[in-house]
Design a protein around this ligand. Structure first.
Ligand code: BG6
Length: 506
């Protein structure tokens, strides 16, 4: 029987940043752990005319931080082959096929192939069509396609792309990457929910007041201005990563923890997310763009001054919004989300804010009138990154005479050492693809529904020109993002900017 670990990877975009920063080190980790053995080979393709020798040197340089011995690094890199390739030129696919068939024989790969599209999305359709027409896809083994985001730029373009891909690969062989789904703590959401009755029994609108999801980044757009200025935060982060997290938090418990069952529940959850009309978008979603700013003595330029960004750009670098989920479990519970570049800190976290006790018995008196004050709510926080873990805030008695309550935090956060030991998202996702397990990838129906949700926001925003820039680099976004919660009687639980403000550093 064919061994699923015998495989030929063909990486389109083999000289690129993603391949060098993520894919080669992840493949090396899989190799070291024995998940890839003698029977694997990699073809890297890109336009540049590199030799195999040069390619292998590059591969070796990308794994140096993993401290391989010279011998180990060389042996690993010897499985890598380079093919200069123009994705629009049919004749180049003939050469690619020849090399693929040769390697298949040399390494006894049983016809198993994984094609990784790590390049500009406008080429996805062409590459896939050629894989079939030039007979690179094999008859005897598995053929799987791993595809990086963005998957389309709206529902229609995503649909068109999907149609092209589906002519060659059936849905179970398409692995649409959302690298957040490979992160340890995103996967842990299901453990927290479904392995702890204390939480799952409360996971509904009777006990939860609101849910807050923050994907904050301290970095600006760096060298990706060209891409980002056409995308913006809504498409870059909300359509994919954030809605995936909403689905994981909102879904019903699956009957089994399998790809099929989890997927069905996630799709149902996404279908329950209300598609807003234009007025609702304007009431429930806020956009922002960063201006110059100063944080802790460091000066930052504005978005419009960044490289490859239009100096009059109206692209949003920040989004905050409220999703409404129309089903029995979640009706009435706002799911607040926010994401932005050049915020105070890098931090991805989820705050589950529980309803307060109905009466604060410690502040009321049956005998004499007394002011009633509310207690802080219990909050379950899931830390995705940079630290990983969770905490639960409770109210306890303050030590001493009398009876006052004070907040206490139960906290479990992995040390940075453990974080380093936990497998990289890409390593996990590549292993999943090797096993043919699509649980941690985005199914077409999830992608389609996410675009439906996001398209109306985009369309509503496109009707008016925003008043940008509207938040200073180093802050947690525009004023309107705070007002969004205030008008519902809530506030963002995580406000890292306060610490800097109190110390005059912001
Ligand atoms: C990517 C976005 O999908 O995720 C980037 O395109 C963003 O703009 C990145 O910076 C964040 O990922 P991570 O893993 O660094 O939090």
């Amino acid at each position: 029987m064919s061994n699923e670990k015998n495989v030929l990877f063909t990486i389109f975009g083999g000289t690129g940043d993603l391949a060098q920063r993520k894919l080669y080190p992840s493949l090396f980790r899989l190799y070291k752990k024995g998940n890839l053995g003698k029977h694997f080979a990699v073809i890297g393709t890109a336009r540049r005319p590199w030799s195999d020798e040069h390619y292998r040197e590059v591969v070796i340089s990308t794994i140096q931080s993993l401290n391989p011995s010279d011998e180990e690094a060389k042996e690993f890199a010897s499985h890598f082959y380079y093919q200069s390739h123009d994705v629009n030129d049919s004749t180049h696919y003939a050469t690619l096929k020849e090399l693929a068939d040769q390697l298949d024989e040399r390494y006894q790969l049983d016809g198993n192939r994984i094609y990784y599209l790590a390049m500009a999305p406008q080429f996805f359709g062409t590459i896939v069509a050629h894989l079939k027409s030039q007979k690179i896809v094999t008859e005897n083994g598995y053929n799987r396609l791993i595809i990086e985001k963005p998957f389309g730029s709206d529902y229609q373009s995503a649909y068109d792309l999907n149609e092209k891909i589906r002519q060659v690969f059936p849905e179970p062989d398409i692995f649409r990457i959302d690298h957040y789904l490979g992160k340890e703590m995103i996967q842990n959401i299901s453990a927290i929910r479904f392995a702890n009755n204390i939480f799952e029994s409360q996971w509904n609108n009777r006990y939860i007041d609101n849910i807050q999801i923050t994907f904050g980044e301290a970095l600006g757009v760096e060298d990706r201005g060209g891409y980002y200025d056409h995308s913006g935060a809504l498409k870059d982060m909300v359509q994919n990563h954030i809605l995936q997290v909403v689905a994981l938090l909102a879904m019903e418990p699956p009957v089994a923890f399998s790809e099929k069952e989890i997927r069905a529940e996630k799709i149902k959850a996404l279908k329950a997310v209300r598609i807003y009309d234009q007025q609702e978008v304007l009431e429930n979603f806020v956009r922002g763009q960063y201006d110059q700013g100063q944080l802790d003595g460091k000066m930052f330029k504005s978005y419009r001054e960044e490289d490859k960004v239009d100096p009059a750009s109206t692209t949003e670098t920040f989004v905050a919004g409220k999703f409404t989920i129309d089903n029995f479990r979640w009706s009435g519970v706002p799911f607040y989300v926010r994401t932005g570049k050049r915020l105070t800190e890098k931090g991805t976290r989820i705050n589950i804010v529980f309803k307060q006790v109905p009466v604060n018995v410690f502040k009321t008196s049956v005998d004499e009138p007394c002011e009633d004050t509310t207690l802080p709510p219990n909050v379950l926080t899931i830390y995705i990154q940079p630290t990983e873990g969770f905490s639960l805030s409770l109210n306890g008695k303050e030590v001493g005479q009398g009876f006052n309550t004070e907040p206490i935090k139960l906290e479990y956060r992995n040390s940075s050492e453990m974080v380093e030991n936990s497998p990289e998202a890409y390593e996990k996702l590549l292993l999943d693809a090797l096993k043919g397990d699509g649980t941690n990838f985005s199914h077409w129906e999830e992608v389609a529904q996410s675009w439906h949700i996001v398209d109306v926001i985009r369309q509503a925003w496109d009707q008016t020109k925003p008043d940008f820039p509207n938040y200073k680099a180093g802050t947690m976004g525009p004023e309107a993002a705070f007002k969004l919660l205030e008008k519902d009687g809530f506030e963002w639980i995580w406000q890292p900017d306060e610490w800097y403000r109190e110390r005059g550093k912001l």
